[in-house]
Design a protein around this ligand. Sequence first.
Ligand code: HEM
Length: 206
Amino acid sequence: RAQAELDTVVGKTRLPTFDDMERLPYLQCVMSEIFRWGVATPVGTYPSRWPRYLLAYSRPAGVPHRSIEDDEYNGWHIPKGTMVIANAWAMLRDERVYPDPDRFNPDRFLSGEGHEPQADPRGPLFGFGRRVCPGKDLAENSLFAALALVLHAFKLTPAVGADGCAVRVDGAFREHSIRHPEPFTCTILPRLKTSAALIRQVMESH
Ligand code: HEM
């Protein structure tokens, strides 16, 4: 669907640029779902696969904040000086906000008649208060550039195993304070007749 949108808005004779961003609402939904589902910084989680000797010497991963005055939140008293770690993972997997949260579903961010888009994940994802991520615009633009160019230029399908069957991508991540996908295989081929020439053209001009 994002590729159909790219074909309509950008066409097949050039690659997408930042000027196209506003006119690609479905691609923006895919970006939001990548941010939510892939949650790169589940800041409050404990790295479950760290070896015991590391756990003995380290604190929970995540970016700690400290309350500078007594506070009250949902009936909880938070005394001044308390270390607080925001659990973006829990917020972005909250099924009251994101029904069926483990499913990768960009449609959840579409707006339409009688259909409100689900909450923007960028708030919890990029942190809170004075220490909010200063790289969020760079992250946003980098994701757009990578996603728009890859989806425009390439057809991505599962790799074919020795048995001739598609190799399943299990969607596993390395669960650290910054999450990375586990290596996986796939097949990447030029998508359009024009794709190879367009990519070569960009490589030569940069
Ligand atoms: C998807 C990409 C990214 C995510 C999810 C992300 C997320 C975060 C989060 C959750 C924090 C902690 C905020 C808090 O304390 O509440 C943070 C801090 C920070 N991020 Fe990012 N970030 C991303 C990309 C980047 C990029 C591209 C840069 C720089 C080029 C960057 C630079 C920083 C810096 C310098 C801080 C520390 C800010 C401070 O403590 O004052 N981040 N980021």
